[in-house]
Design a protein around this ligand. Structure first.
Ligand SMILES: Nc1ncnc2c1ncn2[C@@H]1O[C@H](COP(=O)(O)OP(=O)(O)O)[C@@H](O)[C@H]1O
Ligand SMILES: [Mg+2]
Length: 295
C-alpha cells in the first residue's frame, strides 16, 4: 500500500513501516470479540478509534509523552508520498514513532467490571491483589488500580499480579509504567466527569522510543475502555456503555463457541454498534465526527 512494507495486521489495525523509525498504523472498521474478528465491518469505527486517540494525546491536561507524530493527512504526506490523495485512509491512519513495546497490557481500573468482576466473584481478589470485601459490579475501588495483563501473541491475555508483572519487566520499569498510566487515567477520568461520564477502566500500551517510555497504540477508545454515563450507573447492574455492549449482548445469545468462524452479524446490530462508536466520539470530544479527517 502506497509502496510501504506491510509489517503486521492485528485484529483491528494494519501496520506499515515508514523508513526505519516510523510506522503508519491504520485502524480498520473491523470488529472483534473474544479475539475473533467478525466478517462484517462497522462504518466509521476506525476513524472514531483514531480520532479519540488523537484527542486524548493532545487534549488532556499536561499531555503525556507518546509515540504519535501526526494524524494530519498533509503532515503524513511528507513522510508517505501519495497519502494526501489516499482519502480512504484519512482519519483512520496515525503516523507514529516505531516503539519497542513493553510486553504488558497496562490496564487501569477505577471500578469493578469485566474480567476483574469475574475474578472478584470467584476469589475476592482483583489480579490476585487484595481489595475491599462487599463490592458490587460497577462499584469504585478506593483508588484506581494498576492491573497489568500479559500481552499474548497467541490466545487470550492473562490477568496477572503486580509481582508477576515485575518479574517480566523489572520493578523499576513497572513502577514507571504504573505512574504514567495512573496519572493519565486520573486526568482523563476527571475530564470525562465534567461531561457526565465515568471512566470505569482502560488499557494502555507503552513502549520505548529513544530510550524513553511513552504511551503507544490506541488511547482511551471504546475498544480499550469502559466509559459509562454517570447517571445510568446502578450498583450491581451492568450500565449501558459506549462500546460493543449491544453487540456482545447479541453475541452471547448466539449458539457460538467463541472460535472461528464467527456468526454473521445482523445489519441492525451493525447499525447500533456503529452509532455507539460515533456517540462515544461526540460525547467525549464535544465535536461532531464530521469535523474529523476523512469525512
Ligand atoms: N508505536 C508503536 N510501535 C510499535 N508497535 C506498536 C506501536 N503502537 C502500537 N503497536 C502495536 O501495534 C499493534 C496494533 O494493532 P491491533 O490491531 O490493535 O493489534 P492487536 O490485535 O494485537 O491488539 C499492537 O500489537 C500494538 O502493540
Ligand atoms: Mg490492539
Amino acid at each position: 500500500m502506497l509502496g510501504l512494507t506491510h509489517l503486521y495486521s492485528g485484529k483491528v489495525r494494519d501496520l506499515y513501516a515508514v523508513g526505519d523509525d516510523h510506522l503508519l498504523m491504520v485502524a480498520s472498521d473491523r470488529l472483534s470479540a473474544f479475539d475473533v474478528v467478525m466478517n462484517e465491518t462497522i462504518p466509521s469505527k476506525g476513524r472514531v478509534l483514531t480520532g479519540l486517540t488523537n484527542y486524548w494525546l493532545h487534549e488532556v491536561e499536561s499531555p503525556v509523552a507518546n509515540a504519535l507524530v501526526s494524524c494530519n493527512p498533509f503532515e503524513i504526506e511528507t513522510y508517505v508520498p501519495g497519502f494526501a490523495d489516499a482519502t480512504s485512509l484519512h482519519g483512520r491512519a496515525m503516523l507514529v514513532r516505531r516503539a519497542d513495546m513493553l510486553p504488558l497490557e497496562c490496564i487501569v481500573r477505577g471500578r469493578l467490571a469485566g474480567q476483574a468482576y469475574e475474578e472478584y466473584q470467584r476469589s475476592g481478589t482483583v489480579h490476585d491483589m487484595a481489595v475491599p470485601a462487599g463490592l458490587a459490579l460497577t462499584d469504585a475501588f478506593p483508588t484506581p488500580m494498576f492491573t497489568p495483563s500479559t500481552k499474548a501473541d497467541e490466545g487470550h491475555d492473562v490477568n496477572i499480579s503486580l509481582t508477576a508483572a515485575a518479574a517480566i519487566v523489572g520493578d523499576a520499569v513497572l513502577a514507571e509504567a504504573q505512574a504514567i498510566c495512573l496519572s493519565l487515567f486520573e486526568r482523563a477520568a476527571a475530564q470525562l466527569a465534567t461531561a457526565g461520564l465515568v471512566l470505569a477502566d482502560t488499557k494502555f500500551e507503552l513502549g520505548y522510543v529513544d530510550g524513553v517510555l511513552v504511551v503507544c497504540d490506541e488511547v482511551l477508545t471504546p475498544d480499550s475502555s469502559r466509559i459509562w454515563p454517570a447517571d445510568a450507573i446502578r450498583s450491581g447492574e451492568n450500565p449501558p456503555s459506549f462500546d460493543k455492549q449491544p453487540f456482545r449482548d447479541w453475541l452471547s445469545a448466539q449458539p457460538w463457541d467463541k472460535t472461528p468462524p464467527p456468526p454473521p452479524v445482523p445489519a441492525e446490530v451493525v447499525a447500533i454498534t456503529a452509532q455507539r462508536y460515533v456517540d462515544c466520539y461526540e460525547a467525549v470530544t464535544n465535536r461532531p465526527l464530521s469535523d474529523w479527517y476523512g469525512s
